[in-house]
Design a protein around this ligand. Structure first.
Ligand SMILES: Nc1ncnc2c1ncn2[C@@H]1O[C@H](COP(=O)(O)OP(=O)(O)OP(=O)(O)O)[C@@H](O)[C@H]1O
Ligand SMILES: [Mg+2]
Length: 318
């Protein structure tokens, strides 16, 4: 990503940009299509991201997630259709407006000889407000004297995330925010999102993520498959309608799994794999599964309330 460093313009930075009201869309797409060089087509008939909403953008590798993000941010230009960025009308890309936007992309880089604190100093020129708690959560103080080029992948990711969020943006966009983060920093990132949701009125976010912990913070899910919108709906509705409310996993010999499959309540959806059986259904599934687990020789058993992780597991299994 090219970063244009504007001269500090304190007067402009103090201008109140106003807030997007909850019934406004931060981004609206109508009849958008884009053809990538290798013949891949992305087609978005309609998409509106409401102010205050948190949307998980999920799909398999090459489904068009990053391409869609780059179109939304103006990094790529659509072949047809319109993309309206609500903030653009109020100068999102000038010095004042930059305070309202936070972006973390997969391929961002900085001059490798800059120390981390230098990068934050340059950033402060156009985004003067910095929340020290967010820097702490991303472990920035302990690496502030290190050169960017000498950081590990996870440390570089933490710098990107802190830069995207420490100024309390109203609208934040992420491409795989937790890639390379260890579990402790993944949890810290989720805590940081909760903090922003509480402290920034109308905080709106779009996450490309394969991490269940991140997807669970969202209220909407947008599933892309081969450049097409397969689903865009409330996360809980997608989970309920796709999987029901309960799930169970059995691992055992094939004849044992056949016996279990025949004994589960009617209406359960069954997914079979080598040595394993997954069942989805409503509340009756849990009692039946527990009793079958006690009477059959299993190598592994678990049961759970269906959640965002089931959507991701389903995508991973193709
Ligand atoms: N610069 C490019 N030139 C040509 N084709 C491209 C380019 N960037 C992406 N594509 C193609 O567009 C399609 C979508 O790619 P995109 O990067 O949007 O996928 P993605 O869903 O973000 O995948 P991943 O999960 O791997 O990040 C792929 O077929 C890819 O090969
Ligand atoms: Mg991508």
């Amino acid at each position: 990503m090219n970063i244009a460093i504007a001269q500090p313009d304190i007067e402009a930075a103090e201008v109140d940009t106003g807030r997007a009201s909850r019934d406004q869309s931060w981004i609206t797409c109508e009849d958008v299509s884009y053809r990538a060089g290798d013949g891949f087509d992305l087609v978005i008939p309609h998409l509106a991201l409401l102010a205050g909403g948190k949307t998980a953008l999920v799909g398999g590798n090459g489904s068009g997630k990053t391409t869609l993000l780059k179109l939304l941010l103006g990094d790529l230009t659509a072949d047809s259709g319109t993309i309206a960025l609500q903030g653009a009308a109020r100068g999102l890309f000038d010095v004042a407006g930059r305070q309202a936007l936070g972006v973390q992309l997969q391929d961002t880089g900085f001059n490798p000889v800059y120390r981390v604190r230098d990068i934050f100093a340059v950033n402060a020129a156009c985004r003067p407000f910095v929340d020290p708690v967010i820097l702490e959560l991303m472990g920035i103080p302990e690496i502030s004297r290190r050169r960017f080029g000498a950081l590990s992948s996870g440390q570089k990711q933490r710098v990107q995330l802190a830069l995207a969020l420490a100024h309390h943006p109203e609208f934040a966009v992420f491409d795989e925010p937790t890639s390379n983060l260890d579990p402790a920093y993944e949890a810290a990132f989720v805590e940081l999102l909760n903090r922003l949701s509480q402290e920034v009125s109308g905080f709106t976010a779009l996450y490309i993520s394969h991490a269940a912990k991140v997807v669970e913070t969202c209220d909407q899910v947008l599933i892309l498959a081969r450049g097409r919108v397969e689903t865009h709906a409330a996360l809980q509705d997608v989970v309920r309608q796709t999987f029901g409310s309960r799930a169970a996993l059995f691992e055992a010999a094939p004849e044992v799994l056949s016996s279990i499959a025949a004994s589960l309540p009617q209406g359960c959806v069954l997914q079979r794999g080598p040595g394993r059986l997954r069942a989805f259904g409503e509340a009756a599934l849990t009692d039946a599964a527990l009793s079958l687990a006690q009477t059959h020789p299993l190598t592994r058993f678990s049961s759970w309330k269906t959640c965002a992780a089931d959507i991701l597991e389903d995508l991973n299994n193709g």
